[in-house]
Design a protein around this ligand. Structure first.
Ligand code: CAO
Length: 426
């Protein structure tokens, strides 16, 4: 079996989370990803949230699998020569520098196109063209400016950011799709193009059901929101909806047995209309199957608090896993709130490669999330992240075909640092 992106070479100028998510996916699909890092420093995340002394952080290792690392000072004249040579040899350049950085380095799009007209240049920025285009952006800023935070949390509480990194990793996913689309386009056009994704746009794309609700507000209250049943009027913007389901089938998070001491003893329960009669039987309310206040979905909308309180009386008698087993037998959609501990220990996720154990020469074994996208003819093999500059000489010789004296000259220029020696963790 060959890997889907075998033969594609990526010049990876990404750092922190958004860009590295994208290039890691491409590497998992078989692309040769060459990560260019600043000599001595590297991707700033190597040294952030350190848990094992002298080892790259999990923040870095979990976002940079299957890549090669070269150090290069792109502000050094010799470094610029090496970068130019790399641009000639690569299919895609991916970057998520702050606005204008690539131009200031001396590599604006026009220059890159002249060096290699087939190169695809893919960028993540915080905002697209407009009043904020020059702003630097991190994850939570994107969540706040993309419509997620204003619609997350409880109606009478603060806007909330989510644990899922929709601003960074979400935008990285969008960019990866843009890159493979541009690569496909190049197979018949023969030319490269620019691919850009703004983090604000990526988050808004993921929050599109809330823009749907914004427009529905003009035609009346949002009846599936809890506040409708509570008689609380809507304002002119989509409110925060707590744990209400974002779709047409009402749902809530309900307590399960043990909730008093276990912060994750909860279950998401959806009162899907086609299985309403089964729900009534399970919770011991057979009368609700025919009662005009409960039998049909529109009648239930103003009574959701009462209905979910009754369902919760039932879920509180079961653990989240017992409830899941009982409800699944009747095709009632539900899901336990799984902690990170439970996910880390989940054997089925290990079996599919979604959770993988990786060995690292400086930190030993650690867990990571593997490739969540499964291709039947192109499986992903997760390899550890590179040490800073681990492949510098290998790339200079193998990819750029420099001879020993040319490599020595580049080293002497101070444009890069010698590769580290790799030794197994003790
Ligand atoms: N050699 C020499 N210089 C290098 C270099 C290299 N290999 N790699 C980077 N640099 C320099 C850049 O040239 C730049 O210098 P100038 O400002 O003098 O032109 C400098 O490093 C800083 O680059 P930056 O602006 O990208 O980095 P930052 O740490 O100041 O900001 C971030 C980080 C993430 C806020 C910014 O890159 C950004 O807004 N990126 C776009 C949005 C994004 O992806 N955000 C998500 C990040 S993940 O949460």
């Amino acid at each position: 079996m060959t890997q889907a992106l075998k033969g594609v070479r990526i010049l990876d100028f990404t750092h922190v989370q958004s860009g590295p998510t994208c290039t890691q996916l491409l590497a998992w699909f078989g692309a040769d990803v060459i990560k260019v890092e600043r000599p001595g420093v590297g991707d700033i995340t190597r040294g952030q949230l350190i848990d094992v002394p002298n080892a790259d952080s999990l923040y870095f290792t979990m976002l940079n699998h299957n890549k090669r690392s070269i150090t290069l000072d792109t502000k050094n004249p010799k470094g610029k020569e090496v970068l130019t040579a790399l641009i000639k040899k690569c299919d895609v350049l991916v970057e998520n520098f702050g606005p204008g950085v690539l131009d200031r380095m001396g590599f604006p799009w026009e220059t890159i196109q002249k060096i290699n007209p087939k190169l695809i240049v893919a960028s993540i920025k915080g905002f697209g063209p407009g009043p904020y285009e020059d702003c630097k952006v991190y994850e939570n800023v994107a969540q706040c400016t993309g419509g997620s935070a204003s619609t997350t949390g409880f109606r009478d509480g603060l806007p909330l950011v989510t644990g899922a990194q929709i601003g960074d990793s979400g935008t990285g996913l969008h960019l990866a799709l843009g890159i493979v689309t541009a690569l496909y386009h190049r197979t018949h056009s023969g030319v490269g193009q620019r691919v850009t994704v703004a983090m604000q746009d990526g988050v808004l794309n993921l929050a599109r059901v809330k823009l749907r609700d914004q427009q529905r507000l003009a035609h009346g209250p949002l009846k599936e929101y809890s506040q409708f049943g509570e008689g609380i009027p809507f304002g002119d913007a989509v409110p925060r909806a707590g744990n209400d389901s974002g779709g047409g089938q009402p749902g809530r998070i309900l307590k399960c047995k043990g909730w008093e001491t276990d912060p994750n003893a909860y279950l998401y329960f959806i009162t899907q209309a086609p299985v309403w009669e089964k729900i009534c039987d399970v919770i011991g309310e057979p009368g609700w199957k025919t009662h005009p206040d409960y039998a049909k979905p529109p009648a239930r909308l103003s009574r959701l608090n009462e209905i979910f309180a009754r369902i919760e009386q039932w879920t509180m008698t079961k653990t989240k896993f017992e409830a899941m087993d009982i409800l699944n037998k009747d095709d009632i959609p539900c899901g336990p709130i799984l902690s990170m501990k439970e996910l880390a220990e989940d054997q089925s996720l290990r079996a599919t490669g979604t959770v993988v154990e990786v060995d690292h020469p400086k930190r030993g074994k650690y867990l990571s999330v593997g490739n969540p996208i499964k291709l039947s003819a192109s499986p992903s093999d997760v390899k550890r992240s590179p040490l800073l500059g681990e492949h510098t000489d290998e790339i200079l010789k193998q990819v750029l075909e420099f001879n020993d004296s040319q490599v020595a000259e580049i080293h002497a220029s101070g444009a890069l640092t010698p590769p580290p020696k790799v030794q197994a963790a003790e």
